[in-house]
Design a protein around this ligand. Structure first.
Ligand SMILES: *Cc1c(COP(=O)(O)O)cnc(C)c1O
Length: 227
């Protein structure tokens, strides 16, 4: 059985290869190790093997892990859908919220961040596949929400995030990733250097995502094993 450290090394090697094929340096692509359903010992093993950012998709599940692993010094990203009634906790617990998808959530995060005297880094989640089961703002509405979030004093809008379509093959996935990249490139000039992350790519498609311009991949199973 490969260890978490072995898996991590294999993922980093594949990431570097994809970056090279895209003409970019390996260190330009940030890895978020998605630890949903994993216990604290597994997260600790991943961080000790070199993971610096851990992703979680549920506030309730993440909270005890983040408290227990406070000594690790890693960053924590919320990558799953965030309910507004969890926004206060998310602001306290996470270093980034990758799943901003509505004005109402932006308002709530803004309010909670202001009350906590913090600035919360956020990514806007875009539904590039059109699948109704997916969260995220429609591509046509992304620009509006980007403008709205950029005007929230306590939110730092740092980029865009998407999930590829499920089980539709590499062409549909590449199309979704290209769509996000095009949006990103259209928006970036008006938003300044802090708007810099294109978060796309998971276990099944992170190499393709990097080839399509991703600079932040969120990988769970390839590091921790099947769920
Ligand atoms: C679970 C999850 C991932 C990682 O998925 P894997 O297939 O395990 O790599 C990435 N992003 C989000 C939003 C997730 O919920």
């Amino acid at each position: 059985m490969p260890t978490i450290a072995d898996n991590l090394e294999a993922v980093l090697t594949l990431m570097a290869g994809a970056a090279a094929r895209a003409g970019r340096a390996a260190e330009d692509v940030t890895l978020v190790a998605v630890a949903k359903t994993r216990g604290p010992a597994e997260v600790r093993a991943a961080v000790e093997a070199g993971v610096r950012i851990v992703g979680e998709n549920r506030v309730q599940e993440a909270e005890p892990k983040i408290r227990e692993l406070a000594d690790l010094g890693c960053a924590w990203h919320m990558v799953g859908h965030l309910q507004r009634n969890k926004a206060g906790k998310a602001v306290r617990l996470f270093d980034m919220v990758q799943s901003l998808d509505s004005r109402r959530l932006a308002d709530e995060l803004q309010k909670r961040a202001a009350a906590a005297g913090k600035t919360v880094p956020v990514l806007l989640e875009v539904n590039t596949s059109g699948e109704e089961t997916k969260f995220g703002v429609a591509p046509e509405e992304a620009e509006d929400l980007v403008g709205y979030a950029a005007a929230c004093a306590n939110l730092a809008l740092e980029g865009l995030m998407t999930l590829g379509p499920l089980g539709e093959g590499p062409l549909a996935t590449a199309r979704a990733f290209r769509r996000l990249r095009a949006l990103f490139e259209k928006m970036a000039p008006a938003l300044g250097p802090r708007f810099r992350f294109l978060s796309m790519g998971m276990t099944d498609d992170f190499e393709l995502a990097i080839e399509e311009g991703s600079n932040m991949v969120r990988v769970g199973r390839a590091i921790f094993g099947e769920r």
